[in-house]
Design a protein around this ligand. Structure first.
Ligand code: Z5A
Length: 209
């Protein structure tokens, strides 16, 4: 029978496009579910009616200023936190989220070169004091990531390589500052080898052994 852990857990999956984070989230979901736990999957931007509409605007072929883009990601996040994440955590559940505010720091802060302190202040407006218990950062060189991406680039995927290099370095900078929370995983290996590292972190955090 599915059951809960003795406290809620909020776990996020981060990295540049094509790093394999969604693949690893799905494997983590299957592994935890098979362990008898009730687990919820979420994605950003998205996972609520309002946030999915914002996602369409953000990833569609629209002309959007950098500040508008930042505010739209934070608006989608505020809606997701209020309507899904907080209630689920209050009920003691385990949540796996495909991207969260580290993506905004990396893409809008480092990638778009917006002021990092201002970006981080907006995270707090959107989510209050909520912080993930654990964040996986799937680190991958841009060349390999490009070979894994789909054929039809969305609005952000059409950015030049230098943008994604800044985003990658931005993620790594976050991990250096918050090394207790953010675990850097070498995503250049096979799906199974990467998942061994993910599984080890999960079993440790959730006390599954
Ligand atoms: N964005 C932002 O700018 N600011 C924000 O605050 C937020 C997001 C939240 C949407 O993100 C866009 O929004 C994203 C960042 C921006 N755009 N850009 N550019 P998204 O998460 O929805 O989309 P995505 O980043 O493009 O992720 P994705 O499509 O879900 O890809 P992924 O998670 O990195 O990879 P994957 O789907 O797991 O794998 C991709 C392919 O590689 C697939 O065929 C796999 O089978 C294969 N794969 C996976 N792992 C491996 C390994 N280890 N070896 C070989 N092949 C592999």
């Amino acid at each position: 029978m599915a059951h809960k852990t003795d406290r809620p857990f909020f776990i996020t999956f981060e990295g540049i496009d094509g790093c394999g984070k969604t693949t690893q989230l799905e494997k983590a979901y299957d592994y935890l579910t098979a362990s008898g736990l009730t687990v919820y999957k979420l994605r950003e931007p998205g996972s609520t009616g309002v946030a999915e509409k914002i996602r369409e605007i953000l990833l569609g072929k629209n002309t959007i200023s950098d500040i508008t883009e930042l505010l739209l990601y934070e608006a989608a996040r505020a809606d997701l936190v209020d309507t899904e994440i907080k209630p689920l955590l209050e009920n003691g559940h385990i949540l796996l989220c495909d991207r969260f505010y580290d993506s905004t720091t990396a893409y809008q802060g480092y990638g778009r070169k917006l002021d990092i302190a201002m970006v981080k202040n907006l995270h707090r407006v959107a989510v209050g004091d909520l912080t993930p218990d654990l964040t996986f950062l799937f680190d991958l060189d841009l060349k390999t990531a490009l070979t894994r991406r789909g054929q039809n680039p969305d609005r952000l995927e059409s950015q030049p390589e230098a943008f994604f290099e800044r985003v990658r370095q931005g993620f790594l900078a976050i991990a250096r500052v918050e090394s207790d929370r953010v675990k850097v995983i070498d995503a250049s290996r096979s799906i199974e080898a990467i998942f061994e590292d993910v599984k080890e972190q999960l079993t440790q955090l959730l006390g599954l052994k």
